[in-house]
Design a protein around this ligand. Structure first.
Ligand code: MTE
Length: 422
């Protein structure tokens, strides 16, 4: 995240102005629509008067043209190059717990590798009796499982450590997605290679230009990690590591190595660049927390939010997402007054281990300004902290692991702004 302070401030102003424009355009749209009545009852609409396109017009379906604004977006001033950058999930425009494949945020350090599946190989070596090389077909022939997990980048909400910064849930929290993976338990592959008695750690390395590599304790590798090749039924998208990625449930996105090329087994961590100069959490006293893999419980209201303002008074559904890297989300609370009073939100849909849950809180909105917050609790009893409580312990040097409670200021005109309360 390289930027000069001045550039960043200037671009941020432009960015915020753009976001405000979007909200205004949304409100204007409602007025324009009311004048155009030819498709409204009692008239027969155009789409009833004319035949539609035939089947197969789109061999691989895409969303309606009216949903063209629901896309991944970047923040141009955030990174120096698009190859080492991030495009964020449009959380404000989604519902349920599953992220559509084409909208999953993408984060790469060396661009999107284009791997020919015929030439794909996964190598397992190091402290094993039988070094092995698997083709994609070898991996697909093994017993497989289907699991729904969230993936959150450790840097999600990283720009918010020092104060409210980005005016949109897509940018403050959009480095998370939740999909169903199909793959082989890593344990199975390691067992085939026969681990030596002194095996304690693995190094997972990607086949992309960044050759992303991270050390993982063997215990986790043998517990619930997957070598996955499908997401939501179809083969992984290139952005998500086609044809094979590592799935490390509940742990920071950085260790979910994409375009997985090799796994080396060792007796100690490798202390790679990605776990020393990066992905460690610099504390106020200059010391750094290392190997902070687990993503703590977090939640956010996705609507209303700056990109999803309210356009009407009256019955209103507050909607959001919660997740925890330590297990299942047990409860989500919502506050309308900046954390003074809380009510329990309604979790709807399935609650899986280390997956997103969807929550709702229905309110009657009379146009009064509100300070909207959500707070997640997981099955271990962990409660999502306030940003201030987090800063007291961690300081403000790090960009990683910010799971503090988000506040949205809902104004009388329905617009929503990213703010902080004391
Ligand atoms: N794997 C490789 N090979 N190269 C990468 O740059 N980025 C990591 C991880 N795996 C990366 C990688 C980071 S920092 C994150 S947050 C996740 O992939 C993002 O996964 P996604 O692009 O599917 O959202």
């Amino acid at each position: 995240m390289n930027e000069t302070a001045d550039n960043a401030r200037a671009s941020r102003r432009r960015f915020l102005a753009g976001a405000a424009g979007l909200a205004a355009a949304g409100a204007g749209l409602r007025a324009a629509r009311a004048d155009n009545v030819k498709n409204l009852p009692p008239n027969v609409p155009d789409w009833t008067r004319n035949l539609g396109d035939g089947v197969g017009t789109q061999p691989y379906g895409t969303p309606s043209k009216y949903e063209k604004d629901v896309i991944r977006r970047t923040v141009p001033w955030l990174t120096a190059t698009p190859e080492s950058s991030v495009a964020f999930t449009p959380l404000h425009a989604l519902d349920g717990i599953i992220t559509p494949n084409g909208l999953c945020f993408e984060r790469h350090h060396g661009g999107i590798a284009e791997v020919d599946p015929h030439d794909y190989r996964l190598m397992i070596h190091g402290l094993v009796e039988k070094p092995l090389i698997f083709t994609l077909e070898d991996i697909k022939r093994l017993p497989r499982v289907n699991k729904i997990y969230f993936l959150e980048c450790a840097a999600n909400s990283g720009m918010e450590w020092r104060g409210a910064q980005l005016n949109g849930v897509q940018y403050t929290h959009g480095m998370v997605h939740c999909v169903q993976y199909t793959g082989v338990p890593l344990k199975l592959l390691l067992e085939q290679a026969c681990l030596k008695a002194n095996a304690k750690w693995i190094l997972a390395e990607g086949g992309d230009a960044a050759a992303m590599d991270r050390s993982l304790p063997l215990e986790k590798a043998l517990d619930d990690c997957l070598v996955a090749y499908r997401m939501n039924g179809e083969m992984l998208r290139p952005e998500q590591g086609y044809p094979v990625r590592l799935v490390v449930p509940g742990w920071q996105g950085n260790v979910w190595v994409k375009w997985l090329r090799r796994i080396k087994v060792g007796d100690q961590p490798w202390f790679t660049r990605e776990e020393t100069s990066k992905y460690t959490d610099l504390l106020a006293d200059g010391r750094a927390r290392k190997f902070t893999y687990v993503m703590d419980a977090k939640s956010v209201i996705t609507s209303p939010s700056p990109q999803a303002p309210l356009t009407q008074k009256g019955f209103t559904v507050i909607s959001g997402l919660a997740w925890s890297g330590r297990g299942k989300v047990a409860r989500v609370d919502v506050s309308l007054d900046g954390g003074r009073n809380w009510r329990t939100a309604r979790i709807d849909g399935p609650v899986f281990d280390k997956a997103c849950v969807r929550f709702y809180a229905e309110i009657e909105w009379n146009g009064e300004p509100l300070l909207l917050q959500s707070r997640a609790m997981d099955e271990t009893g962990y409660v999502q902290p306030s940003k201030d409580a987090l800063r007291k312990i961690r300081g403000v040097n790090s960009i990683y692991h910010n799971n503090g409670i988000q506040t949205w200021s809902l104004k009388a005109n329905g617009e929503v702004e990213n703010v902080e309360v004391g």
